[in-house]
Design a binder for this molecule. Structure first.
Ligand code: PEP
Length: 273
């Protein structure tokens, strides 16, 4: 498998990540405008150790790539999904090596909207995650419970099962290159985020479960980044990132507006330095 992200693993450093998932919003012209404005708002600001990424629709990726490079905007390129195979007769699909060629660093896998609307199973999510690693990129693996599962007290069990099937058989070094996003489904797009203490409790559980099977489990747990996602705003990012096991945020709606996305990135840097 590829080597991107190796430096974070070797040093055991958990670099905070603010990732913006645009979903099926913004065409390539709008995308260029949004990233250019994010760049202007970040220009001359101190982002500290915080890393930011944007995850545009596939049709925007090349335009966003050249805009980020030409204007040296300190934002990494991401994607929202990929196919599990490298090439072949899969009409309409985009493969991991195609994304790697475009300079993509992070690929979201297993977002709840894909699990729900495209019927993606834990097994398929695991295959996509391995395709991303194989091509030297870093997967952002989304896990999370529904409101009914939360109300039934099944959050830990649901998340453990999602993690185990996606990560089964990977070495601790590979697990540490996966970014795991805890995204409770009831918090996505609802305006009601999880409380920061609840996010912390689940993030700690994720760290333990994800690295439990690795022979080098302690090293893995020290390096693995766990994000929180679901109704994150500039107003709540500080509380969330003050939690010891929350290493960043995955942002949907608020990443579409340059002002709010830049404010979340800078808000994160004020907390974590
Ligand atoms: C998401 O869908 O990944 C997400 C976090 O959305 P929002 O921030 O809009 O709740």
């Amino acid at each position: 498998m590829g080597t991107a992200g190796h430096e974070e693993v070797l040093q055991g450093v958990r670099r905070p990540l603010v990732a913006g998932n645009w979903k099926m919003n913004l065409d390539h012209l709008e995308a260029v405008r949004v990233v250019s404005e994010v760049g202007l708002r970040l220009h001359g600001e101190d982002m500290g150790s915080v890393e930011a990424s944007v995850h545009p629709p596939f049709t925007d990726i090349r335009s966003v790539q050249t805009t980020l490079e030409d204007r040296t905007i300190p934002v990494a390129l991401g994607a929202q999904d990929c196919h599990q195979e490298d090439r072949g007769a899969f009409t309409g699909e985009v493969s991991a090596p195609m994304l790697a060629r475009l300079g993509v660093r992070y690929v979201i896998v297993g977002h709840s909207e894909r699990r729900r609307y495209q019927g993606e199973t834990d097994e398929l999510v695991g295959l996509k995650l391995r395709a991303v690693l194989r091509h030297g990129m870093m997967p952002i693996l989304c896990v999370g419970e529904t409101a009914a599962q939360r109300d039934a007290g099944a959050t830990s069990e649901v998340i453990s099962s999602q993690l185990k099937s996606a990560l089964d058989g990977l070495s601790g070094q590979h697990v540490a290159r996966v970014v795991i996003a805890y995204e409770p489904l009831w918090a996505i797009g609802s305006g009601t985020p999880a409380g920061s203490e609840d996010a912390q409790a689940v993030a700690r559980h994720i760290r333990q479960i994800a690295c439990a099977q690795a022979p080098d489990g302690t090293e893995c747990a020290g390096a693995l980044r766990v994000l929180y996602g679901g109704s994150v705003t500039a107003g709540n990012v500080g509380d969330l990132l003050s939690q010891p096991d929350v290493d960043g945020v995955l942002v949907g709606g608020a990443s579409l507006e340059p002002a709010s996305f830049a404010e979340i990135i800078l808000g994160a840097s004020r907390v974590v330095g």
